[in-house]
Design a protein around this ligand. Structure first.
Ligand code: ADP
Ligand code: ZN
Ligand code: ZN
Length: 736
C-alpha cells in the first residue's frame, strides 16, 4: 500500500501519515493538495512525500485520504524543501510557511473561469441561402474567417436569434476554454523608449559572465553593481531573452509594487510572444489563480513579482533576478519572517539555477558575500553614453528660519525657478523615515504622543486630527497645550501635502503633482501621474522615497532632497547604510537624459561622513568604512542577529519574564560561546505598542544554521505567561 506524508493546514508541528486509497493511487504525488479528516474535522493538507508501507504492521490504523483538490500537484518537491528550509532557518512553524506559500485562493479550488467560444463545425450540412437568410449567411461567412471566436464577441456583431439558428442547424458548436487574463496589463502606460538598443561593452561583459552560468546550468550567484542609469534593466532583459529562447523560465523580483508598471511594460515590449505573469498582494483571486496555474503549466515564461512570488511553482526555472536587492522591503515583517533575497538565493540553489542580484547600492551583506563567499561581482561603472552622475549641492539647514525656508532653502528655490522657466522637470523627495508632522508646544516642549504606543502622533490636515500609525488612535487637534495650557501649540515637520501646497503657492505657473502612499494605493491614478510626468505635462513632482527607486525620466534635471538626514537618527546599526542608499538612489533620478542634471541635498548635519560620501557617490570608500565599523562591533554581515521581541501588558512582569527568558537561553547555549552572544533585555526603542510593553533580546551568531535547531527546540519548550507574545526575527532588519 502507498502511504502519504501530509502536512495539515493547521498548527500541527509534524507531518501525519495517511493511506492512499486504491482509486487515488496514481493521482497523489508530492505537491498534491488533499482533503483529509483530522479527529472529527475535515481539513486540507499538502502531500510532501509518498512511500510504500504495510499499514497492518503499524500499531494504529491509518485513515485514508478523502480526495484530491486538483487532479495535478500544485507545487513540487523543490518547493517543499524550500518550505522546510524556511521553517528551520527562520525558526517558525511549517504551518506559517505553508500559509504564506500557498494562498487561500489556490486552496479553495473555485472552478476555473471558462469562456464560451463558438467553433465552426467541420462538416456543414447544406448551405444557407444568401437571398432568403442574408443575416445568417453573413454570420456564416464571418465565422469561416474568424472561427473560433468568443461568444460574447460574436454577440456584439450578430443577434442572439442568428446564433440560435446556427447552433440549431449544427453549423457551429460551443466550446469552453480557460480565459487567459493577463494580470496587471496596463495598456495606458506609455512605453519608455522602445527603440533598438546597442548594448555597451560593459553591458555585454556582464551578460557574457552571467550567460556562462546560465549555460553551465549549475547554481551560481552574481551580484550586479551598476551605478544609477547604467542600463541594468537592459542587461536583465537580454539575459531573460536567452533563458526564454532556451525554453527556461525567469522569476524577476522587485521590492515595491510601485515599480512594477514601468518595468512590466518595458519587458513586455521587448520580449513579445513570451507569456508574462505578475504576482503581488494587490491581485484579485482570479488573477492569482491564473498566474499560479500559468506558472505551473507554461515553460519559457516570465514571472514578475514581489517576494511572495518565490513560492510559485515555476516550470523549468533557470534564472532568478532580484532587483534593488538592498531593499529592506524584501524582508517580511510577519511570520514567516523570511528575507526575499536570501530565499531567492536558496531557491536558485535548489533548482540549480542562476541568481542575479542587482543594485546601484548593494547591501553590505551581498558585497561581503562577493568577498568571502562565492558570489561573483559584476560592475557597470558608467552611465549610458557616459553621462556624468549629477553634481550634488549640500545645503546646511541648521540656520534656516521661517516656515518656507525651513522646508525649501533659497538655493533649492532658485534652482526650481530656473527649471520652471526652462521647461525642465524637478522631483522633490521627502524622506518619510525621518519626519512626521508632530504636534509640539513651543512653551514646554510637550509632544503629542499616543497613549497606547510610545510614539508621536502625526497630524493629518485632511481629517484635521492627530493619528497614531501603529494603532489608529485618533485625537482631535487641541487649541492649547494639555500640559502647560499655552496656546503656542504648532505642527512641526512636514508631509508631502505640505510641500506640494507650498510649491504651488511659490510657483503658480508650474504644474505640480504629488505621489505618496495615498496615491500609490490607486494604481490607475499612479500610472496616470507617471504618464503625465513623462509627457512633460507636470513640471514638479513631489513624493516620498518610494518613488526614488528605479524610475527613469530623461527630462528630470533637478532632484531636491528636502530632508536628507532623517534616517541617520534611527537607533539602528544600519542607519548609515540606509541613508547612503537612499541618497544615492534618489540623486540617481536626475540627469538621466541628454540634458544633464543636478541635485540639491538639504541637511542639518552637513559635516556627516555618510552624507559626504553619498554626495560623491563614493561607494568603495563607504563600503570600506562601513565594513570596518561592522567588523569592529561584530555586527552583520560579520555575524547574524536574531532579534527576540517580548511584549506584554504589564511592564513589570514583562521585564521579569524577559530576564528569565535570557536565563533560559543561557541554559541552552551556555553564557557567551563562540557560537552565540546574548544581549539584553532592553526596552525596545518603541517601548509600547497598543498598550503592550516591549523588550528586546538580541542573539548574535556567526552561523544561524548551526543554532537554529536548538533555538527551535527552545522556542517549543518555553511556556509564555498569558497575554505575553514572543516574536523571533532571524536576520532582523527592524529593531524598533
Ligand atoms: P538602471 O536600471 O541601471 O538605473 P536603466 O536600465 O533604467 O538603468 O537604463 C537607463 C536608461 O538608459 C534607460 O532609458 C534605458 O533604456 C537606456 N539604455 C540602457 N542601455 C542602453 C544602451 N545600451 N544604449 C542606449 N540606451 C540604453
Ligand atoms: Zn506646553
Ligand atoms: Zn498608538
Amino acid at each position: 500500500m502507498r502511504i502519504a506524508e501530509v502536512i495539515v493546514f493547521a498548527p500541527i508541528a509534524h507531518p501525519l501519515s495517511y493511506l492512499i486509497p486504491e482509486h487515488l493511487q496514481w493521482v497523489i504525488e508530492p505537491g498534491s493538495l488533499v482533503n483529509i479528516s483530522l479527529g472529527r474535522t475535515k481539513k486540507m493538507g499538502l502531500v510532501i512525500g509518498v512511500k510504500e508501507g504495510d499499514p497492518h504492521a503499524l500499531a494504529y490504523t491509518l485513515k485514508p485520504i478523502v480526495g484530491t483538490v486538483y487532479d495535478v500537484p500544485i507545487t513540487n518537491e523543490t518547493l517543499i524543501r524550500l518550505y522546510f528550509w524556511i521553517s528551520r532557518y527562520y525558526i517558525c512553524s511549517l504551518f506559517s510557511v505553508l500559509d504564506a506559500a500557498i494562498p487561500t485562493v489556490i486552496r479553495k479550488n473555485i472552478p476555473l473561469k471558462l469562456t464560451t467560444y463558438l467553433q465552426l463545425s467541420p462538416h456543414i450540412d447544406g448551405t444557407i441561402d444568401a437571398q432568403k437568410l442574408p443575416k445568417q449567411y453573413e454570420a456564416l461567412e464571418f465565422l469561416k474567417k474568424n472561427s473560433p471566436i468568443a461568444k460574447s464577441q460574436f454577440l456584439e456583431l450578430f443577434s442572439r436569434n442568428i446564433l440560435d439558428a446556427l447552433l440549431r442547424k449544427n453549423i457551429i458548436y460551443e466550446t469552453f476554454r480557460r480565459e487567459e487574463r493577463l494580470a496587471y496589463s496596463l495598456p495606458g502606460l506609455i512605453n519608455p523608449r522602445a527603440y533598438d538598443i546597442q548594448l555597451t561593452p560593459e553591458q555585454l561583459a556582464v551578460i557574457r559572465s552571467v550567460g556562462e552560468s546560465l549555460e553551465r546550468k549549475a547554481f551560481r550567484v552574481h551580484l550586479l553593481h551598476g551605478v544609477t542609469g547604467s542600463g541594468k534593466t537592459e542587461v536583465y532583459i537580454e539575459l531573460m531573452r536567452r533563458v526564454l529562447e532556451g525554453g527556461g523560465s525567469v522569476l524577476y523580483l522587485l521590492p515595491e509594487l510601485a515599480l512594477t508598471a514601468q518595468v512590466v511594460e518595458k519587458i513586455r515590449s521587448r520580449l513579445e510572444g513570451f507569456p508574462l505573469w505578475i504576482w503581488h498582494s494587490g491581485l484579485s483571486d482570479g488573477e492569482r489563480r491564473d498566474a499560479w496555474l500559468g506558472a505551473l503549466e507554461q515553460g519559457a515564461s516570465i514571472m514578475v513579482g514581489a517576494r511572495s512570488a518565490l513560492f510559485l511553482p515555476i516550470n523549468n526555472l533557470r534564472l532568478i533576478i532580484v532587483d534593488e536587492e538592498h531593499e529592506s522591503a524584501y524582508k517580511q515583517s510577519e511570520n514567516p519572517r523570511y528575507h526575499g533575497r536570501d530565499v531567492a538565493v536558496y531557491r536558485a540553489q535548489l533548482e540549480g539555477a542562476t541568481c542575479l542580484l542587482g543594485s546601484a547600492t548593494p547591501s553590505l551583506e551581498s558585497i561581503f558575500n562577493t568577498r568571502f563567499k562565492n558570489y561573483q561581482l559584476e560592475s557597470l561603472t558608467h552611465r549610458i553614453d557616459h553621462r556624468p552622475l549629477p553634481p550634488v549641492h549640500v545645503v546646511d539647514m541648521r540656520h534656516s528660519l521661517g516656515e518656507t525656508k525651513r522646508i525649501l532653502s533659497p538655493l533649492l528655490l532658485k534652482k526650481i525657478g530656473e527649471r520652471v522657466e526652462k521647461k525642465e522637470q524637478t522631483i522633490l523627495f521627502l524622506n518619510r523615515r525621518g519626519y512626521a508632522t508632530t504636534v509640539l508646544c513651543k512653551n514646554c516642549d510637550f509632544i503629542a504622543t499616543c497613549p497606547h504606543c510610545s510614539l508621536p502622533l502625526t497630524f493629518h490636515r485632511t481629517i484635521n486630527q492627530c493619528l497614531c500609525h501603529f494603532c489608529s488612535y485618533r485625537e482631535s487637534l487641541r487649541g492649547k497645550c494639555p500640559k502647560c495650557g499655552s496656546p503656542e501649540i504648532f505642527h512641526s515637520g512636514m508631509g508631502t501635502q505640505k510641500v506640494e501646497q507650498l510649491v504651488k503657492e511659490l510657483f503658480p505657473a508650474a504644474t505640480v503633482a504629488r505621489i505618496d502612499s495615498d496615491v500609490m494605493g490607486k494604481r490607475h491614478e499612479f500610472i496616470h501621474i507617471l504618464n503625465h510626468f513623462r509627457e512633460g505635462k507636470i513640471d514638479i513632482l513631489v513624493g516620498t522615497q518610494m518613488i526614488g527607486k528605479g524610475l527613469d525620466f530623461p527630462k528630470v534635471t533637478l532632484v531636491g532632497l528636502i530632508n536628507a538626514d532623517g534616517s541617520l537618527n534611527q537607533q539602528d546599526f544600519r542607519a548609515n547604510e540606509r541613508t547612503f542608499q537612499l541618497l544615492v538612489q534618489v540623486a540617481g533620478r536626475s540627469g538621466r537624459g541628454e540634458y544633464g542634471g543636478e541635485v540639491v541635498l538639504q541637511t542639518h548635519i552637513p559635516g556627516n561622513e555618510t552624507i559626504f560620501l553619498a554626495k560623491n557617490t563614493n561607494f568603495e570608500e563607504f563600503i570600506a568604512k562601513e565594513l570596518d565599523l561592522r567588523k569592529r562591533f561584530s555586527y552583520p554581515p560579520y555575524r547574524h542577529i536574531i532579534h527576540c521581541n517580548l511584549s506584554g501588558i504589564d511592564p513589570v512582569t514583562t521585564e521579569i519574564f524577559a530576564k528569565d527568558f535570557i536565563r533560559q537561553l543561557e541554559g541552552v547555549f551556555g553564557e557567551n560561546t563562540a557560537d552565540v552572544e546574548i544581549r539584553g533585555p532592553t526596552l525596545s526603542p518603541i517601548e509600547k505598542i497598543q498598550d503592550h510593553y516591549r523588550y528586546s533580546v538580541l542573539i548574535f551568531t556567526p552561523s544561524v544554521s548551526r543554532i537554529c535547531e536548538k533555538m527551535s527546540a527552545f522556542r517549543q519548550s518555553i511556556t509564555l505567561p498569558p497575554a505575553m507574545t514572543l516574536c523571533i526575527d532571524v536576520d532582523a532588519q527592524d529593531f524598533m
